[in-house]
Write a protein that binds this ligand. Structure first.
Ligand SMILES: [Zn+2]
Length: 445
């Protein structure tokens, strides 16, 4: 058994989990604990990982020991432990003991066994050797269990937490160590949050429930697009959980297809890409926090601060250039995209967004795999809002675009497109209104 906790805010080990681990080691199991560093003596005393280690007469102290893997915790160990490694201050950082019929080992850090791409061959060999020695020692006296070494996987989630709550067409998987405020969120908010995202972006959902997997720890999440579709969320605070959940769910939502139910055409930035996911993350966060002026995480950075890279970005090239790849993850291009979308929400209301998806699938019905150029993307957007958005995009400094699109053909009809009177002033607050019929033209405010 391997358990790991480096984050003091992490969900605690419950007493029943600690009891189960202790019983299991006593009966002959091997337990490997990856330690972490509590900041001070009080944190060390309160830390749930130390409640687990106390059963085996050990603790991670607040004292730092410099090692090749960085500063790690000096261990406090009872007499039954054998020290396997020490830090530069001679304090123990790695140790093993027999316990009942089993064994327990504490490793100072995952870094000493986790092979990384940049490791030299010697480093890789040393990590493999340490892992092999560790597993062999912890499993001493046990029969190999046989079978495949692969983790189970269902739709992209390897391991589901043990508790489940079904609410409407959403099923939330979580563990018993989630705190009360997260339990409350599960009981009260997740189902309406999921329903709300689909209301903003109508998508044909599968018959089986949409799965939400609440993981331990903090730091983001991921989207699972194969069925059963799911969002895995790794956050502590209820509002962050909701925001990340909205983000990951949006990654799995195609939006409305054309009238045959088919999804057709791709935008250069990804129909279900990061800008799209972050847009709904911002809406959901605004809805549940009531803070609608932090528009999609400061979309207005675009106009408020000339120095921000967001203002300088040329969206037409941003997604194509090598520099964009280096900057990918800083998200300035998303910020600029959210500013644009917020300006469109201001003028047309939120229906323009699902309408844009419907228009695209309708426009490219005969060529479903079509990848739009930036020019074509702005054409499709212009058709969706019924006004010519090219002057706006040009004013934003987007290169290589046509100057005007006075007319466009859509569903065999010629549309006249007046210039959209959008200026570069700050965008308004997050628009949380319900959407209307996205098949009908939108009316500018
Ligand atoms: Zn994402």
């Amino acid at each position: 058994m391997l358990t790991s906790q480096q984050d003091l805010r992490a969900q605690p080990y419950t007493t029943s989990e600690i009891d189960a681990l202790e019983r299991w080691v006593r009966a002959g199991g091997g337990l490997l604990v990856l330690g972490g560093r509590p900041g001070d003596a009080a944190a060390a005393a309160d830390w749930s990982l130390n409640a687990l280690l106390a059963r085996f007469d050990a603790a991670c102290t607040e004292l730092a020991e410099p090692t090749p893997a960085g500063n790690v915790a000096r261990l406090r160990l009872g007499d039954d432990w054998t020290v396997l490694a020490t830090g530069d201050n001679d304090g123990p950082v790695r140790a093993r003991r027999a316990f009942g019929q089993g064994y327990v080992q504490i490793l100072e850090s995952q870094a000493v066994i986790n092979i990384r791409g940049e490791d030299t061959d010697e480093e890789k060999a040393a990590k493999r050797a340490l892992l092999t020695e560790t597993i062999t020692a912890l499993a001493a006296g046990s029969e190999p269990v046989g079978g495949s070494g692969r983790l189970p996987a269902a739709g992209g989630v390897g391991i589901f937490p043990e508790l489940a709550k079904r609410a409407g067409n959403v099923i939330v998987y979580y563990a018993a160590n989630q705190p009360a405020n997260v339990r409350e969120l599960i009981d009260r908010d997740l189902e309406p949050a999921a329903a709300q995202v689909v209301k903003w972006l109508p998508t044909v959902m599968a018959d089986e429930p949409y799965a939400i997997v609440l993981c331990g720890g903090g730091g983001g999440g991921w989207a699972i697009n194969p069925r059963p579709k799911a969002a895995a969320v790794i956050e502590y605070q209820p509002l962050s959980i909701l925001g990340v959940f909205g983000h990951e769910m949006a990654h799995t939502l195609t939006g409305p297809g054309n009238d045959e139910g088919q999804i057709a055409g791709n935008i250069p930035i990804g129909n279900q890409g990061e800008a799209h996911a972050g847009w709904f993350q911002g809406k959901l966060a605004a809805l549940f926090s009531g803070e609608t002026d932090v528009a999609n995480r400061n979309a207005n950075t675009y106009t408020r601060d000339e120095e921000k890279a967001g203002r300088q970005l040329d969206l037409a090239t941003e997604y194509e250039t090598a520099g964009a790849r280096e900057n990918f993850g800083y998200g300035t291009q998303w910020t600029k995209m959210w500013y644009i979308w917020q300006k469109l929400d201001d003028r047309y209301g939120p229906t323009w967004y699902p309408r844009w998806y419907w228009v695209r699938s309708t426009r490219w019905a005969d060529e479903p795999g079509h990848r739009e150029t930036f020019d074509e993307m702005v054409e499709t957007m212009s058709i969706a809002v019924g006004e010519d958005l090219f002057p706006f995009f040009n004013a934003l400094g987007t290169s290589g675009l046509r100057e005007r699109l006075p007319e466009a053909t859509f569903q065999g009809q010629t549309l006249t497109l007046p210039v959209a009177p959008l200026d570069l002033s700050p965008a308004g607050p997050v628009n949380l209104e319900p959407i209307g019929d996205y098949r009908q033209p939108v009316t500018p405010r």
